[in-house]
Design a protein around this ligand. Sequence first.
Ligand code: GLC
Ligand code: CA
Length: 519
Amino acid sequence: MAPQWLKKAVFYQVYPQSFYDSNGDGIGDIAGVIAKLDYIKNLGVNAIWFNPWYESPFRDAGYDISDFYKVAKRYGTNADAKKLFAEAHKRGIKIVLDLVIGHTSLDCKWFKESEKPERNAYSDYYVWCPIAYYRGSGKGDDYFVSGWGPRGAFLANYYAVQPALNFGYAKIEHPWELRYDDPRCRATKEEMIRVMRYWMDMGADGFRVDMAPSVIKRDAGKKKTISFWKEVRRIFDRDYPENVLISEWFDPATSLKAGFHIDFCYNSFWRCGYRPEKPDPKWPQMAMAEKNFTDPVPAIKPAFDLIQKTQKKGYIGFYSGNHDAARLRYYGSEANTIVKLAMLFTLPGTPFLYYGDEIGMRYRENLTPKEGGERRTGSRTPMQWDNALVNAGFSTAAKEKLYLPVDDAADAPCVADALKGNNATYNAVKQLIALRKQHIALDNDAKVELIYLKHRKMPIAYTRTKGGEKLLVLLNSSKEAVSVKLPEAVNAAPLLVEGVRQDGGTFHLAPCSYGIYKI
Ligand code: GLC
Ligand code: CA
């Protein structure tokens, strides 16, 4: 049982600090997002995922939470959150929050209590090793911050400032570890279930779960972790059947079994990390770039196989980009980027559009890292609303007060130009999302079949089928013109075509072109 709306869900990811600053302090806020809801709706999307907006010392841009029940001051108040839920729902938009389940910040009340030598309700919320100099093996999920006060060393989950919440170990190896089914670990889980209920009762439509596989430690095969999430899913099915559980797990074959409705997939072909010095075979992100054209088969094929393998179980979240990776536009020209977006919006699963990617915002190289963003910082810069306004319309604050510098290049894209029809990426995104909405064969759960994929060659062709409708998708992301014969598509009727000429069953594709047809 999964919410029906997931069949048609198209997500937009909002990084709250960089979207729109409503009160001129230089940082985006919830009131700013409310002010831009009509813009978001106009794109055709029907759901938003928010990066964390909770109280935090911001040593990992809010992924280090100090109060899970409270909106950070810089973003507004819980009343603003409530208002956002209502305003979004009025427009038919779902709001999905980030649930950072694996860790807290050092400033969290739970941690402050836990570090005290006297036993209290929070003592076992974290993993403490009484050997002060203990560092763990440093491998996988076994990394301790040593010498931390009277209780010794604590287990960290990501950065050292992110102590891991204690959901226990699948396999005990040391006396300070608790088993996953210990009632003391149960208490930590109950706390996080309270957090989920709190926001969903206020109006949130579900969560994107940060580092979802990290909850139970030393869990080879993830059996106990899967049971952990299955229980959460049962709570959703019973009490929040319309709400969605999305994982940052990057292994849909496992996470969908664990009860998640959607999991992200690293195999987003074009952008999985940063432009590598030497291409990393595990991250074939260059494969769809027209410069340095490489083999599409190893990049594309595994994703299609994964779709086939998981389609009955849930959805794969394909994304244009996110706050942890370089922007899509980094990997190719405007025309090349548009072909990739055509793929994103014609694949099954759930498409996620990262804010700004709809206008082709660029990755900003060599920015001073902000709030633990490191090289990710370049993908987190302010939304460019209107280049004719100060700070591209993001904020009225003095330039030095901005969260991050605005891209002030002469040719930086902006929303105002896009709305006037002067941005090819934006035009394509709008058309593609509208097309996806209109056609049942483009539903998130509609079948896909790869019909043309050859080594070191474009195009790529696949069909989508559902309820008696069948569509053909043709993509050429390369700099070369290519042709392909598809006898089954002799009578193809064009729906949305950029640069493809059809001659009976033969299709001539210009460099960086795509076509979507009814067959
Ligand atoms: C996830 C987030 C990332 C964060 C990390 C630690 O990967 O997407 O931004 O730094 O978890 O919470
Ligand atoms: Ca603000």
